[in-house]
Design a protein around this ligand. Structure first.
Ligand SMILES: [Zn+2]
Length: 156
């Protein structure tokens, strides 16, 4: 599939689901922005509809295919992205001071690789956790719980 993907905000999805004239207007706006047709994504990047080049809507049925944020057409530029403010030790300031050609931070969620790396780390963590005996895991969870209590007390 080679058509662009556009992610709606949750407010826009609510309007879309009202259907009728409101949905038709939204589809018309998308058609004007993407004349060759566009895939419509939910805020969680699930493709749930197409807007065809003639402005008509094709709704899809579950299971919806999910896309990475880096694959959507209306992903934010570096200026609009929180990663522009990430602390960068090499420049001693925010990432935007060192970023070249508007490139996002290496661990920014809008970078195609960051989700892959994150998932790998999560899997490694889960496998590691599964190897440990149950009583050790429970003791760790208790310890974490106690630490949580202390933090809450300090905040009050
Ligand atoms: Zn970013």
């Amino acid at each position: 599939m080679n058509i662009p993907l556009h992610r709606l905000t949750s407010a826009q999805v609510k309007v879309w689901l009202m259907g009728g004239e409101l949905q038709r207007q939204q589809a018309e706006n998308l058609r004007r922005r993407y004349p060759g047709g566009v895939g419509v994504l939910s805020p969680t990047q699930c493709l749930f509809a197409y807007v065809r080049p003639d402005g008509s809507v094709q709704s899809l049925t579950p299971p919806f295919r999910r896309y990475l944020i880096s694959e959507i057409a209306n992903r934010p530029t570096l200026e609009q992205c929180p990663c522009a403010e990430y602390f960068d030790p090499e420049s001693g300031g925010p990432w935007k001071l060192r970023a070249r050609d508007g490139e996002h931070h290496p661990i920014c969620q809008y970078k195609p690789t960051s989700m892959t790396v994150f998932n790998l780390l999560m899997r490694a963590h889960r496998e590691e956790n599964a190897k440990r005996p149950d009583d050790m895991r429970r003791a760790e969870e208790r310890a974490l719980g106690v630490r949580g209590e202390k933090t809450r007390v300090t905040l009050r």
